[in-house]
Design a protein around this ligand. Structure first.
Ligand SMILES: Cc1cc2nc3c(=O)[nH]c(=O)nc-3n(C[C@H](O)[C@H](O)[C@H](O)COP(=O)(O)OP(=O)(O)OC[C@H]3O[C@@H](n4cnc5c(N)ncnc54)[C@H](O)[C@@H]3O)c2cc1C
Length: 471
């Protein structure tokens, strides 16, 4: 007889495990099925390992540069990549262990195996030992993620092109590295390996960096990456990739109307994501997908088939762990009869480059397209005492507000600790704050968030530490 439960969650990443925990908190009998590793991409081969490398490469680079400026001399700083990776893997293991404990403490049953939708409210689970069982669930949450696209090897003679996963565990820092791609993962990888000492060339197909966030930030970031020594090639079309006589990878790329030859010890391909839900049996239930194969959902995470929900990367972009988690919680609450629904106007995004980039809400261009009369404010980190004491003065905060009402519509930040600063902005957007609210909030001195207050102040023509634009 098939086992019967209330909620079955397929996938144990940052979408699936919070959905399971929240369902259990709401009194449901919950089963989570994971085919590879609890924690999914984020904990095992995404957010966490990459941020460990961002921190380590940042410190390594700081020792050689900013520390010197502060009068701190460290002779011959060296990098032991074996130790680096064991430190990084230790963090990942600790976090995965923590999630497993949380699942257990919340009485979520976990099966390590692969799930496939077979019939209405029936799921077939195949465990590692090929044992198969059928589970009947009142409600099913699909949280199976998306696949990293393998770069189309145009004209390639199958030289060893590293995947993003491989790039996060490279034991040897290559002398030179080509990073193919211009999404946030590519930008982070280029920054990491440049700081570890590789000569990095980033090759992107799009004309402008971070066009989708704000071209102003993209242009600023391009200059910063070039200052770091990264060659940033945009608007590029790859002609072929080969292994040369010298054992080096050779990439022929067309840009600026000419074909250029770029050589490197290693290539990393980071070419975005594609749907990977086609083998979980969506067709058996008639669950609809969009043109790109991602599962279609409404703002309650419901698919077109009653009792089937989908959360996280399997529902399409933006591919962000915190979005997946929020969607997971919403699905669990909707199943339990609560009035939850997604409203992601305040959803933040972060790119862990140097300087960091973070944004929430609308850009100036998006706000104008939506028909708003827009007023903007800007404060550079070069005016921040705290940024100076951290030797990190590159970047600025840009605030987009509605003319007249002062309602904050969006904020874009490029600068030190932008990833932390953005949470204040998300709260402001979530609460429908007006410029006055943020400008009147006393911010402690000397801190980086003061620059948010100053940028908002400049929207009102009342900034103290930056020049207000003539209005
Ligand atoms: C290098 C890198 C860095 C990143 N950095 C960040 C960052 O800084 N911030 C951020 O927000 N996001 C980041 N991301 C993106 C983030 O990892 C994803 O958005 C997030 O993991 C999506 O969560 P998810 O639960 O939807 O899917 P996943 O994390 O992919 O989890 C899906 C899980 O489902 C399992 N699964 C799939 N099919 C089945 C099946 N049939 N049966 C059972 N189990 C199944 C998979 O094994 C997997 O564990 C990064 C990604 C990469 C690659």
């Amino acid at each position: 007889m098939a086992r019967e439960i209330d909620v079955l969650v397929i996938g144990g990443g940052p979408g699936g495990y919070p959905a399971a925990i929240r369902s259990a908190q709401l009194g449901k009998d919950v089963l989570l099925v994971e085919k590879e590793n609890i924690g999914g991409e984020c904990l095992n081969w995404g957010c966490i390992p990459s941020k460990a490398l961002v921190s380590a490469s940042g410190l390594y680079h700081k020792i050689a540069h900013e520390a010197k400026e502060m009068g701190i001399e460290v002779e011959n700083a060296t990098l032991d990549t074996k130790k680096l990776h064991s430190w990084k893997d230790g963090i990942q293991k600790k976090l995965v262990g923590g999630v497993k404990q949380l699942l257990k403490a919340n009485k979520v049953d976990v099966i390590m195996g692969s799930a496939r939708l077979v019939e209405t409210q029936e799921v077939e689970i195949t465990s590692g030992d090929e044992e198969t069982q059928i589970v009947k669930a009142k409600d099913i949450i699909i949280a199976t993620g998306a696949a990293l696209r393998t770069f189309e090897r145009r004209g390639s003679d199958r030289i060893n092109i590293l995947s993003v996963r491989d790039a996060l565990k490279m034991e040897e820092i290559p002398d030179s590295l080509v990073v193919l791609g211009d999404g946030y993962v590519a930008l982070e990888l280029a920054t990491i390996y440049s700081k570890f000492g590789s000569k990095v060339t980033l090759i992107g197909e799009r004309k402008v960096l971070l066009q989708e966030i704000d071209p102003q930030l993209g242009r600023f970031l391009k200059r910063s990456m070039e200052k770091l020594g990264i060659d940033v090639v945009m608007g590029a079309v790859i002609q072929d990739m080969k292994t040369g006589e010298n054992g080096k990878a050779t990439v022929h790329v067309r840009f600026d109307g000419e074909i250029h030859k770029i050589e490197a010890t290693q290539i990393v391909a980071s070419d975005g994501k594609e749907a990977s839900s086609d083998d979980i049996g969506l067709e058996n239930l008639g669950i609809e997908t969009d043109n790109h194969g991602f599962i279609s959902i409404n703002n309650k995470q419901q698919t077109n088939v009653p009792h089937y929900y989908a959360v996280g990367d399997c529902t399409g972009p933006p591919f962000l762990a915190h979005r997946a988690t929020k969607q997971g919680v919403i699905a669990a609450e909707v199943i339990a009869g609560e009035e939850s629904e997604a409203d992601f106007r305040a959803m933040p995004g972060v790119v862990f480059t140097d300087p960091e980039i973070a944004y929430a809400g609308m850009t100036e261009e998006e706000a104008r397209e939506e028909g708003y009369e827009v007023v903007t404010g800007r404060a550079p980190f070069s005016a921040s005492g705290r940024a100076m004491t951290e030797a990190e003065t590159d970047g600025f905060v840009k605030v987009v507000a509605e003319e007249g009402t002062g309602v904050i519509l969006g904020v874009q930040i490029i600068g030190p600790d932008a990833s932390d600063l953005i949470s204040e902005v998300s709260l402001a957007l979530e609460m429908g704050a007006v410029a006055e609210d943020l400008a009147f909030t006393v911010h402690p001195h000397p801190t980086l968030p003061e620059m948010i207050m100053e940028a908002v102040g400049s929207v009102r023509g009342e900034a103290i530490h930056v020049m207000n634009r003539k209005r």
